[in-house]
Structure formats: structure tokens, C-alpha cells
Design a protein around this ligand. Structure first.
Ligand code: COA
Ligand code: MG
Length: 327
């Protein structure tokens, strides 16, 4: 390990984050009773411009009146390029009480965007005498944000999670998709000619680079990476496929833009039983090896060593957290 270390800041489960437009108060109780680990009361893109002030009032009411149980409760404010942004922070911080866990900032482009929101939050916390600190979350969803992702990851001690927003990212970079988080049949690799001259086209993962880059930037600073939305909520298989890929890459959860995506995300971001079993076997085998004074050992014909212990410990710890929660 380097002498420089950043401990993980998000210690809560974050497998599913259910989005609820602030302008749809009839959804609030349903979201609170859902199995989502996290809820996000949205003031940004799911709310029409004319509804912004009313949505803010609804969200403040929901923070004060709805029983959110053990959920991690967040709001998404409007971007720093809008005049809704400062009021979102100030009104919610002044009138929303203590139940708000974190504020999500969309379309962050530079570290100073977070610095500005952190300053507003800090002033509000002091003014209202808040007992707990509000966390920050960012969405990387623009070319500027991606180019400055390392700076953003280091921009505020409040920052806990970093999210990838495929739709706005595609809009910002000119990527050709119309389906939020979906794929494009033109993003393929063609094989050489096989027998009879046939060639196969293999679909590529057009989101791979962005996610890999964000995961590394986030993890380097102790921030938890989370995958964003998959718009076609009637395509369970498509959602599951995308979620599996990002879970393999290190994301700890994914947005649910409809309640039916919540159980899908909870299942996929729970370590698979086979991986948990193997992780427990690795820990047992390494304990035995250590007792014999060995640093490396074999398990089922494969090398395991200290790095295997670290991987296995992460999987087992996550599983224990899920078991303790009882879902
Ligand atoms: N939170 C909580 N409950 C929700 C919900 C949500 N986001 N979306 C739907 N529901 C409820 C409905 O009230 C309905 O409940 P009922 O069976 O008791 O009547 C049930 O889930 C099924 O809803 P359905 O009719 O399939 O959905 P809809 O047509 O009413 O709404 C959306 C579909 C996509 C508009 C809605 O899910 C939504 O607003 N999602 C969030 C969008 C968002 O925030 N986007 C920003 C981030 S990308
Ligand atoms: Mg967006």
C-alpha cells in the first residue's frame, strides 16, 4: 500500500437508488416502503421547470413527515448553471430537518462546483444548528466532468459517492444513443472472415471506458462508484446485463428509475453465492497457510496469496452487511 491512504467514506449499503420526482408526492410513501437501499427525491430533470418551487416544498414536506425507516435519503438539486440551485440547497437545508443524508449535485464539471455547494451547505448547517453532517454525491455526466473526474473526486471532504449519468454524458459528447444507458448496434467489432467468408459482428460495451475511468477516480479517493440509470424499465434483461457488467467493474449499485428495477439491482449488487462461498474458502485456506508459515497457497489448483485475502475480505464483509440488514 502507498503511505497515502483514503478510507472508504460510504459505509452504508447502496445497491439500489430509487428516484422519485419531487413533483409526484403520491410516490413518496411507496418509495419509503420499497426495498431500495437509497431514495433520491429529485428536483432536477424529472421535474418540469414550472413545477420546481412546488417540488421543493413537496420534498421538504416529505423529509419532515414521511417515515423513511433505515433508508439513506438523498435529494438531487438543480445544476449550478440554473437559478434553482441555490434555493434548492438553502430551502431544503433550512426547512428539511435532520433526515436528509446527502445532496446529489448533477452535471458537475470542475472541483470548484462542489466547493461552492459545500460552502452553502456548511453555512446552512451552522445557521440551523444541524447535529449531523450532510454528505455530497456527484453525477459525472458531461465531457468536462469526465475530464476533471480526479479533481472532482478530491474536491470536498463531504463527497461520498460518484455516479455515472449515461444520457447527459451522451448528449454532452455527441455519442449516438437515444436509449438511456442502452447500447448501439453500430458499436461493434467485425471478426475476420471465417469459413465460407462469414464474418461476425460483436457488440462492444460503449460505456466501458467512462465507467472504468470513473471507478478508478472514485476508489482512489475512498469514494463509492455507482452506476446510473437504465431508461427502458420494461427491459429487465437489459437492465440486469448492464448492472452485472458494472458490478463486475466495481460499482456498488445502480439507479432504479422505476420500482420494478429495485429488486433487480438489489440482487445483482449482492455478491453471488458462489463468489461468497469461494471467498470464505480462500480466507480459511489462507489461515491454514499462515499457520504453516506460508504466504501463498493453492485452492482448487489456483494460486492464492495476500491479494486474494483482500479481495475475499471485501466480498465477505459486504455479504455480512447484507445479512445483518436481513434482505
Ligand atoms: N417511486 C415510487 N413509486 C413509483 C415510482 C417511483 N419512482 N414510479 C412508479 N411508482 C408506483 C406507481 O405509483 C404505481 O403504484 P401502484 O401500483 O400502487 O399504483 C406502481 O409504482 C407502478 O407504476 P407505473 O404505472 O408502472 O409507473 P408510472 O407510469 O406511474 O410512472 C415513471 C413511470 C417512469 C414516470 C415513474 O416511474 C417515474 O417518475 N420514475 C422516476 C423518474 C425519475 O426520477 N427520473 C430522474 C432520474 S433519471
Ligand atoms: Mg442527468
Amino acid at each position: 500500500m502507498s503511505f497515502t491512504r483514503y478510507e472508504p467514506r460510504m459505509t452504508r449499503l447502496y445497491r439500489s437508488k430509487l428516484f422519485v420526482p419531487g413533483s409526484r408526492p403520491e410516490f413518496f410513501e411507496k418509495a419509503a416502503k420499497s426495498e431500495a437501499d437509497v431514495v433520491c427525491l429529485d428536483l432536477e430533470d424529472a421535474v418540469a421547470v414550472g413545477d420546481k418551487p412546488a417540488a421543493r416544498k413537496n420534498v421538504i414536506g416529505a423529509l419532515n413527515d414521511v417515515d423513511w425507516g433505515t433508508k439513506f435519503v438523498t435529494i438531487r438539486i438543480n445544476g449550478l448553471d440554473t437559478h434553482f440551485c441555490y434555493r434548492d440547497v438553502i430551502e431544503v437545508m433550512e426547512e428539511g430537518g435532520e433526515r436528509l443524508d446527502a445532496i446529489m449535485v448533477p452535471k458537475v464539471g470542475v472541483g470548484a462546483d462542489l466547493y461552492a455547494i459545500d460552502m452553502l451547505i456548511s453555512q446552512c448547517e451552522e445557521a440551523v444548528g444541524r447535529k449531523t453532517q450532510v454528505g455530497l454525491e456527484v453525477i459525472i455526466e458531461s465531457a468536462l466532468g469526465m475530464e476533471n473526474v480526479n479533481e472532482i473526486a478530491a474536491a470536498s471532504p463531504r463527497l461520498q459517492t460518484m455516479h455515472f449519468g449515461a444520457a447527459d454524458y451522451a448528449a454532452s459528447t455527441g455519442m449516438r444513443t437515444t436509449n438511456i444507458g442502452g447500447s448501439n448496434a453500430d458499436y461493434t467489432v467485425l471478426t475476420d472472415e471465417g469459413e465460407g467468408g462469414a464474418r461476425d459482428a460483436h457488440w462492444g460495451d460503449m460505456w466501458h471506458y467512462m465507467l472504468a475511468r470513473m471507478v478508478a477516480a472514485a476508489r482512489a479517493r475512498g469514494i463509492t462508484p455507482i452506476d446510473g440509470p437504465f431508461g427502458n424499465f420494461n427491459d429487465d434483461e437489459g437492465f440486469q446485463n448492464q448492472a452485472k457488467r458494472t458490478a463486475v467493474m466495481g460499482c456498488e449499485g445502480k439507479w432504479a428509475i422505476h420500482p420494478k428495477q429495485v429488486p433487480l439491482a438489489n440482487a445483482i449488487y449482492t455478491p453471488p453465492a458462489k463468489e461468497v462461498e469461494r471467498a470464505r474458502a480462500i480466507l480459511a485456506a489462507m489461515k491454514e497457510a499462515e499457520a504453516k508459515g506460508l504466504g501463498a497457497a493453492t485452492l482448487d489448483g489456483m494460486l492464492i496469496d495476500a491479494a486474494s485475502i483482500r479481495q475475499a475480505q471485501g466480498i465477505v464483509a459486504k455479504m455480512e452487511q447484507i445479512e445483518a440488514r436481513g434482505a
